[in-house]
Design a binder for this molecule. Sequence first.
Ligand SMILES: [Zn+2]
Length: 64
Amino acid sequence: MKYCTKCGRELLDEAVICPGCGCAVESNVPAVRGNEKESVLKTIAKVFMVLGCIANGIALFPLC
Ligand SMILES: [Zn+2]
């Protein structure tokens, strides 16, 4: 358990914003940023996969 540095409210360990005062919770910030970056890369990869499937579908459509 950790506490807000501004208002002293109890926070969940995974909380990033204090529900009492709305200020950002400082701990775990680098790990959260790393996860966000990874999820963004995964999202970009998914978008390119979908675009590739669409491009293949368009390329193969005249052959059908
Ligand atoms: Zn607070």
